[in-house]
Design a protein around this ligand. Structure first.
Ligand code: ATP
Ligand code: MG
Ligand code: MG
Ligand code: MG
Length: 404
């Protein structure tokens, strides 16, 4: 099943059950939101999960692009991307958690053809403050799907205060043959999490207390690239159709990249293109700094083996494919055109080239070049190079490594 059909199957399933489809937002949360980027499908819906009436009604479905800076260390494995898409469904004070789980099960089995023997779930087992999620436990029992109880992994909140509650995660078996009897999601990484169903039952106040919400809501989120990867029988997101143009062109463009570098370059470049398409420019703070770090990491990896590599060689096809995939063509302001995205990438490349040249000169003049291979500099030395010469620590480390 390709990506488009996967999306349509999900949306149609929920529309048939009375859900209104929302247009996904950009990666930029509304003004006043303390978070830099949209991190989940529910993120833009927070006020409605706390009881504000939504103009679309009480049953909603959508596809939302997300960016998690917290996942950067995991990027490069088979399942975590920097920018990814989340399929989501919501009951705003409408149907309950068990209904959401039953529909989820039905869609995975009948809509996506996943054999129930390949499913495992986790459920909140309770902590000092809240008892176990018996509703979900009973529902999975009725459906005959194995459950593992956890404490830390199955409590959902979007921050220290606000709506929160127990969640139930659904995992799909990705190993060869049937899953062994004793194998569970927390003990065996061949179980891959695809979908999370959260029952928002509480509001957490700044003093830590939990107050039950008058009308609990249900929020679900499923990673599109992960689901598609499973449905296509692939081992990593980089092998599914979403990355086909990348995997076809990048290894020829910049040959001899090892697998981790290839993955990083594809993930970060694709993420950078989307972020620029949503109107962000590289800068030294906030969103712009996240973007700058993504692009500079790509360049650092590319130049490690061959300093003549340049983003000018990036085929238009990849920029266009990314824009289309994230539905950025018709976005207002024209910021997302292939030409303008390309020029932002190239400007940043030039700026980084200039900074590196200046950095090399400074390091050699100030006598730091001899420090290659002797470990990191002291805090004072980094402060001096940053404060007086504008060289951030990451860049200094890159230059010192380069000289080794
Ligand atoms: P994991 O435990 O694998 O890190 P999570 O529990 O942090 O996932 P959720 O917050 O529950 O993820 O998000 C809902 C779904 O979004 C996940 O079940 C997964 O399918 C998908 N997802 C989460 N993070 C990523 C990511 N970095 N890249 C791709 N898909 C993701
Ligand atoms: Mg995670
Ligand atoms: Mg998880
Ligand atoms: Mg989860």
């Amino acid at each position: 099943m390709d990506t488009d059909r996967t999306v349509n199957t999900f949306i149609d399933f929920y529309r048939d059950r009375g859900h209104r489809q929302l247009t996904g937002d950009t990666l930029i949360p509304p003004p006043g939101d303390p978070v830099l980027f949209t991190t989940s499908g529910m993120h833009p819906l927070t006020p409605y999960l706390e009881g504000r009436p939504h103009p679309g009604g009480t049953r909603l479905v959508n596809l939302q692009r997300c960016l998690r800076t917290t996942d950067l260390d995991e990027v490069g494995d088979g399942t975590h991307l920097t920018v990814f898409e989340m399929l989501g469904s919501w009951s705003l004070g409408d149907y309950d958690g068990p209904q959401s789980l039953r529909w989820g099960y039905e869609l995975l089995r009948d809509g996506f053809g996943i054999h129930p023997d390949r499913l495992h779930t986790t459920v909140f087992g309770g902590d000092g403050q809240v008892g176990p999620d018996t509703e979900s436990l009973r529902t999975w029992g009725d459906l005959g799907v194995p459950v593992e109880l956890t404490t830390e992994d199955n409590w959902w909140s979007n921050g220290p205060t606000g709506p929160c509650g127990p969640d139930s995660e659904i995992f799909v078996w990705t190993g060869e043959g049937p899953p062994p009897q004793q194998s569970t999601p927390t003990t065996d990484p061949r179980w891959v999490e695809v979908w999370n169903h959260v029952t928002m039952r509480y509001h957490r106040h700044p003093d830590g207390s939990l107050v039950p919400l008058d009308r609990p809501s249900v929020d679900t989120g499923m990673g599109l690239e992960r689901l598609v990867t499973l449905l296509q029988g692939k081992r990593s997101v980089y092998e599914c159709d979403v990355f086909e143009p990348w995997m076809r062109t990048v290894p020829d463009l910049w040959d001899d990249l090892d697998e981790p570098s290839l993955r990083l370059v594809c993930d970060h470049l694709r993420s950078g293109i989307v972020v620029v398409g949503d109107g962000v420019l590289p800068s030294n703070s906030g969103r712009g700094y996240v973007l700058r770090r993504l692009l500079r990491r790509v360049l650092t990896v590319l130049w490690r083996d061959d300093p003549s590599r340049t983003l000018s060689d990036l085929p238009d096809e990849l920029l266009e494919h990314t824009r289309q995939h994230f539905r950025q063509q018709g976005q207002q302001g024209g910021v997302g055109s292939v030409r303008s995205v390309r020029s932002v990438l190239l400007d940043e490349e030039q700026r980084f080239t200039g900074l590196l040249e200046r950095g090399r000169t400074v390091l050699s003049r100030q006598g730091f070049s001899g420090r290659v291979g002797t470990g990191p500099l002291t805090g004072d030395e980094y402060d001096y190079l940053h404060g007086t010469h504008g060289l951030p620590r990451e860049l200094v480390d890159t230059l010192l490594r380069e000289g080794s």
